[in-house]
Each structure stands twice: as C-alpha cells, then as structure tokens.
Design a protein around this ligand. Structure first.
Ligand code: SAM
Length: 341
C-alpha cells in the first residue's frame, strides 16, 4: 500500500519476455542491431537510474519486446508512451498496454521524427530554473540511433525545444560502453572528446553502470552502459549550439597535436596564424595544451572570443576549412589536366 493509501500499481502475471518473443515470433534482426534485455532484475536496475518515477510521464524509445517497459510500469508511472519503429513489436506492446489500462500509449513510429514536444499534457511544463518536470525519457536503442539522437537532443536542450519544452526533462539511455565513457570523460582523460564537451556543457551526465554484452539476446559485440542526463539550469557555455559545435569539432580535429592546430582551421588561410594567436591570447588558453587537456571553461573562453570575432566579421562563421581543402584539390586537378592538354 502506498503512503497515500492508494494501492501501488503492479502488472498482473504475464507471459515472460522470452515467451512473448516466441509467441509473436520476434527474432532480433541483426542488421537492425536489435539486442534484447530479458532479465527483469537488470531492466529494473536501468529504470531505477531514472530516479523516482511514481506518477511521472515517461517516454520509452525503442521498447522492442518490452522488458524495460515492464519495469517502467512497475515503477507506478502515470503515463507511458512507447515509440517503436518495428511493426513486429506492436502486438506484444498492445498486450502490455491492456495489462495496464489507461496508462500506456503505443506509437508505431520513428523517434528521429516523432514530435515529443506534443506528446505530453501542457500542464506538466515547468520553468527551466525549476526542478525537472515529471517527464522522463528512457531507452535502449541501437547505437547507430542513440549517438546521433543524443546530439540532436543536446541541441534541443540548448534551445529548450523538442522534449525540453516541458523543462529540464531527464533522460536515461544506453550507449556502447566506449561512447558512454566519452560522454562522461573528465578533463585530461584518454576518452575526452567532442561528445564530452557537447554533453557536459549542457547537462549533468552520469555514467551509471555497465551491462556486459552477454546479458543481451543476441549478445552484441560490445558492452553497454547506462547514462543519465539532467539538463543544467545554466549551460556552462552561453553561445549558440552550432557555434560551440564548430569550435569543439575544430579543436578535436587534431587530437594528438597542440590545441592551437585545431583553432587555426577556424580561419581562412590568409589570416590563419595571426587570428589563431589572437584568439588563444584573448581566451587565455595555453596553445600548447592538447585538446583533451582543455576544460569546459577553456572551451567557454574560446567560444566567447570566437563569437566576438564572428560578430566583427560575419563571413567568418560560414568559413569551412574542409570546403577550402576540397576546392584546392579540385583546382589542382583541373590545373594538372589543363597542363596535359
Ligand atoms: N528496449 C528493448 C530491450 O532493451 O530489450 C529493445 C532494444 S533493441 C537494442 C532497440 C529497439 O529500438 C528495437 O525494438 C528497435 O526496433 C527499436 N528502434 C530502432 N530504431 C528506432 C527508431 N528510430 N525509433 C523507434 N524505435 C527504434
């Protein structure tokens, strides 16, 4: 019995996930990177990382045969939205939905295009500065979906749109172990990368625990980690996402070189060295540090100075080093071909 006197929700006895897989002939499709979790103690552990879910509204992305789904429902949520791309799973999920009347909404759709900003009632919206809203995202998606998706959701965090129209919506997601290590890597560590800066300037990111590959059916080639994200009230860098992304990407372009090598490519060749020196000096960043040694504060300073330089010369932001290289190669080839004629 819950403290309020209300009986806590428990799912009625159901066929096991293994039986559901057999019943609906849900063989995992390797080419779609489908790996299922059948151990409900493990799915309970994943769901516990999301925090207290009682009476919250949850979106589960990629529920598949529904292992994590059961654990979410057993956490006594108010509403559970399931977004699953593969039609084969829909009948099994509908069966789960019947076992929890009025709580589950099954959507056959793609989370990359689904409009989460319209999924939950408006009254759940909280001010950004307030506590996180009663809205959570949980999911074990294929890795080729989860990594681009987190970049997109981080951009949504920076703009406070998409799933973040409700406020600082928390996310509990699985990633390949190495990606989780990059997402949470600290200054100076081997795994420090573009993903570390992009996630940590916007969110508190916690690498919760690792699930060995053997816990999945079929067993993937890699281990999997559960990562929890809570958007920060104040992002650590207050510049547009695309600008931060450009600076961070350039700096990590040459991981093993001094960080100034990456900063140089933000500028056209003619003024490269002079502008790079100016940027490093104004940002007060030692140009001989390696990219992995830069803290978020270093990146903040670099982004702030780059922003000022772009404001003074608006063509700077559109400058693209890769494009310049490509054009140079093409004109060299044309020149050589003309020489042969
Ligand atoms: N969550 C289940 C579990 O842990 O057993 C299934 C995990 S399986 C790795 C990934 C699931 O995500 C599959 O059911 C797959 O069909 C689904 N999926 C893949 N891409 C998706 C997308 N873009 N939108 C929604 N679901 C997707």
């Amino acid at each position: 019995m819950a403290a309020s006197g209300k009986v806590a929700f428990r799912l009625p006895p159901l066929p096991t996930i293994r039986e559901i897989i057999k019943l609906f002939n849900l063989r995992a499709q390797k080419q779609l990177s489908q790996n299922f979790l059948l151990d409900l103690r493990l799915t309970d552990k994943i769901v516990r990382q999301a925090g207290k879910l009682k009476d919250t509204h949850v979106c589960e992305v990629g529920p598949g045969p529904g292992g994590i789904t059961r654990s979410i429902l057993n956490a006594d949520v108010a509403q559970l939205l399931l977004v699953e791309k593969d039609t084969r799973f829909i009948p099994g999920l509908k069966m789960l939905s019947e076992a929890a009347p009025g709580k589950v909404h099954v959507v056959h759709g793609d989370i990359l295009t689904y409009k989460l900003e319209r999924a939950f009632p408006k009254h759940l919206e909280m001010k950004w500065e307030d506590d996180p809203p009663n809205v959570h995202i949980i999911g074990n998606l294929p890795f080729n979906v989860s990594t681009p998706l987190i970049i997109r959701w981080l951009e949504n965090v920076s703009k406070r749109d998409g799933p973040f129209v409700y406020g600082r919506t928390q996310m509990t997601l699985t990633f390949q172990k190495e990606v989780a290590e990059r997402l949470t890597a600290t200054t100076g560590s081997k795994q420090r990368s573009r993903l570390s800066i992009m996630s940590q300037y916007l969110c508190t990111v916690q690498n919760c625990f690792t699930i060995p590959g053997r816990a999945f059916v079929p067993k993937p080639e890699v281990d999997v980690s559960v990562v929890h994200f809570t958007p920060l009230v104040q992002p650590k860098i207050r510049q547009p996402f695309k600008l931060v992304e450009k600076v961070v990407k350039s700096v990590f372009q040459f991981r093993r070189k001094y960080c100034c090598r990456g900063v140089e490519i933000l500028f056209p060749e003619a003024e490269r060295l002079e502008k790079c020196e100016q940027m490093m000096m104004l940002a007060d960043v030692d140009p001989t540090l390696r990219p992995a040694q830069l803290s978020i504060l270093h990146f903040k300073n670099l982004c702030d100075v780059y922003r000022k330089m772009c404001d003074e010369d608006p063509s700077l932001f559109t400058y693209n080093y890769r494009e310049e290289l490509k054009q140079k190669k093409t004109s060299k080839r044309t020149f050589r071909a003309l020489g042969k004629e």
